[in-house]
Design a protein around this ligand. Structure first.
Ligand SMILES: [Zn+2]
Length: 215
């Protein structure tokens, strides 16, 4: 840490200056100001040497990463190739990490995704990357479930999409509101048959059995 860089008396300047706003649209200077104010709010002095990197670099960088899903420029490329059939394609057990817009705390768990391709499909790893990108935003579990389903339907030009998210919310667990309960949300877009739905459910059940967890 270089103490020389630290201003003697910090000034909460406007963050909208040209040099503080990165090309991605994230306002780093505002994030610095905000983290300093939060530290002050809980009675810590942000000018303590131990906290300098916290507000000056670490938390702003973390926020920039964890809000990538709000910026289309950071959306992963989904390279499509010809689908050999219109069979349902299923990917279960995708790691899910997002931020609750009510408390700015994480919710995490698993995402399960299925789609019925029209003419083209993507590799399963791309579904994982899409879910990760889409989750990096302030949102609610319900809204994220809808966003992933409608977003994938549009990106893949799919005939139908099924999404199920199961997540534990830190804002509940850490405050002792609900310590163990996981919440499940579901969304369907397009034409999905009962057979598709059953296949999706069976895949999720197998995934849960294999991982041995409650997800
Ligand atoms: Zn919350």
């Amino acid at each position: 840490m270089d103490l020389q860089e630290q201003p003697a008396s910090y000034r909460y300047e406007s963050g909208m200056g040209a040099e503080s706003e990165s090309p991605s649209g994230f306002d780093e200077q505002k994030a610095r100001n905000g983290v300093r104010l939060l530290l002050e709010a809980i009675g810590r002095n942000p000018d303590e040497a131990e906290l300098y990197e916290t507000w000056n670099r670490r938390v702003p960088k973390m926020l920039e990463t964890l809000s990538e899903g709000m910026r289309d420029g950071e959306k992963p490329m989904l390279r499509m190739f010809d689908a050999e059939s219109d069979e349902l394609i299923v990917k279960t057990g995708i790691p899910l990490y997002s931020l609750c817009e009510h408390h700015l705390l994480p919710f995490h768990g698993s995402a399960h995704v299925a789609y019925r391709p029209d003419e083209e499909m993507v590799g399963l790893s791309k579904l994982v990357r899409y879910v990760r990108w889409r989750s990096r935003r302030l949102t609610t579990q319900e809204e994220l479930t809808r966003d992933i389903a409608t977003g994938l339907a549009a990106e893949l030009d799919a005939n139908g999409v099924l999404v199920e998210l199961t997540a534990t919310h830190m804002c509940e667990a850490m405050r002792g509101v609900e310590t163990q309960t996981a919440t499940t949300t579901r969304e369907t877009v397009g034409n999905i048959t009962d057979v598709d739905r059953r296949r999706f459910r069976n895949s999720i059940r197998r995934d849960a059995e294999q991982s041995g967890g409650s997800f």
